[in-house]
Every structure is written in C-alpha cells, then in structure tokens.
Write a protein that binds this ligand. Structure first.
Ligand SMILES: *[C@@H]1O[C@H](CO)[C@@H](O)[C@H](O)[C@H]1NC(C)=O
Ligand SMILES: *[C@@H]1O[C@H](CO)[C@@H](O)[C@H](O)[C@H]1NC(C)=O
Length: 245
C-alpha cells in the first residue's frame, strides 16, 4: 500500500487570552489518499472552521461565527499547494515509503442520560488516528444507516495523531441496537462498538428472587425456632411447677 503522509504544519501556539488553559491550533496536512488534505482552525478542542479543498470555500463549524469573522480561503489553498510540493519531494527521498498505520481507539456513548422516547445523540468518538484515512459506518439493527448523522473534520492532537467525532441523532427505545464501525489500515478487522438500552437482565432478576426467597426462608425458620423455644420454655416451667408441689 503506497501512502506517504506529510504532516507539514501542526502549529501549536497559545492564544492571546489571559488564561493558559486555552489553545489555538491550526492543522494542515496533505496526503496521497482521500481526504487529500485538510486546513482547519481549532479553539480549545473545538473546530472553528475548515477550508473545503474541493469547493475551495470556508466552512464555519459554529453557526453565527461567519457573521463576525472572515477568512480568505486563497491563503489556505496556497499553503496546501506548498504541502503538496513538499510531499512529492518527501516521497522521492524516502523511495515511496508508506506511513506507519496506528490502530485507532473507538468509544460509543450517548450525549446525555438516556430517557426512552426522548431524542438523544449517539457519539462515536475515535482517537489515536494515523494516517487520517478511515471509513465510518453507522448500523441500526444490522442495517447500514444512510442519513441522519454528521461528523467533525480530523481534529489535531498534540501527539500528531487525530481525533474525529461522529454524531447520530436517535430516539432511544428498548429494542434498537446501534453499531459504529470503524475501518482503518491500523486494524486487522473493523472495530465495532454497540449501543443498546440497558434492561435488567433475567439472570440478575432471578438472582434477586433467590436472595429474597433465602431471606424469607431464614425468617420463617427463625419464627418457628422462636415459637418452639417458647413452647419448650412453657413446658419446662409447667413441669417445674408440678415437681415443686
Ligand atoms: C532509495 O533507493 C536508492 C536506489 O535504490 C538508494 O540508493 C537510496 O539509498 C534509497 N533511499 C532511501 C532513503 O532508502
Ligand atoms: C474504505 O472503504 C473503501 C470502499 O469499500 C475501501 O476501498 C477502502 O480501503 C476503505 N478504507 C479503509 C481505511 O479501510
């Protein structure tokens, strides 16, 4: 598999803000596979915007941001061209050595506590992604889902891997089973994560019944033993009374 991945600029610079907990990131990459490249700005882990390299336009992630900010996509396209040029040189210098594939880590969870019948969002969170080439499939009850989901760009991490979040709107019920499937060259077979509503399992119910029955039995034995002791005690005192006469 011929893939050479160049991460040319993963610039990390503290923002002007007073606190040092917040960072501005800008990420740029170009590679020989799709997506061929990415140019994005990130603030404190949230994507602000990226440049769509096919339509050559700026895509603002948070609605409303574009009313206050502007960005000229031409600058991004120039940087991407430089990256493409450098990648060609890098491929030749390395005799077309492929990038090393790292297995990504996948987590699936709901965005808020589940209440049956109330709209919710499933989040399939993938981290440790390298190279940023991946297929994600949502599956509901064994059938591939074709719509109703969104995803972020490949978000840069400080170790030069990427994170990506996938969102699926759903209405939880007792029966539906959702699966997020990730294909990546670092994985021998696709990784699947399954979400379904937690119902008390029959075994745990049976176990509770056994505990309840045991408790009841112990209680009844205790009562019987107590009654027998009382009767024995009454007999003894009656016998003592007779012998005293
Ligand atoms: C690439 O291949 C050439 C010719 O086979 C060799 O001389 C050179 O050392 C190789 N370079 C690398 C980085 O492997
Ligand atoms: C993604 O799916 C396409 C089409 O099935 C396949 O050719 C490609 O190898 C897959 N990519 C990965 C990273 O598994």
């Amino acid at each position: 598999m011929l893939l050479l991945c160049a991460l040319l600029a993963l610039a990390l610079k503290p923002s002007d803000a007073v606190t040092v907990d917040y960072f501005d990131y800008s990420a740029l990459f170009y590679q020989t596979r799709r997506p061929t490249g990415e140019y994005l700005f990130d603030y404190n882990g949230n994507e602000l915007f990226h440049v769509d390299l096919d339509s050559k336009s700026v895509v603002w992630t948070l609605p409303g941001l574009s009313e206050h900010e502007s960005f000229d996509p031409q600058g991004a396209l120039q940087d991407i061209n430089v990256a493409r040029y450098n990648l060609d040189i890098g491929i030749k210098r390395s005799n077309s050595t492929a990038a090393t594939n790292i297995p990504p880590l996948v987590n699936l969870y709901s965005s808020k506590p589940v209440v049956l019948g109330e709209p919710n969002i499933l989040i399939c969170f993938v981290k440790n992604i390298f190279p940023p080439v991946m297929n994600t499939t949502w599956i509901k009850n064994g059938e591939k889902i074709e719509e109703g989901f969104t995803e972020t760009s490949y978000l840069p991490a400080q170790d030069h891997s990427f994170r990506k979040l996938h969102y699926l709107a759903f209405i939880p019920n007792e029966h539906d089973i959702y699966t997020c499937e990730i294909e990546h060259w670092g994985l021998e077979r696709p990784t699947r994560r399954v979400w379904q509503h937690d119902v008390p399992t029959p075994t745990s119910e049976a176990y509770q019944n056994v505990i309840c029955a045991l408790g009841l039995a112990v209680g009844i034995i205790g009562i019987i033993a107590g009654v027998m002791l009382i009767i024995k005690g009454m007999k003894q005192s009656a016998a003592q009374g007779r012998s005293q006469r």
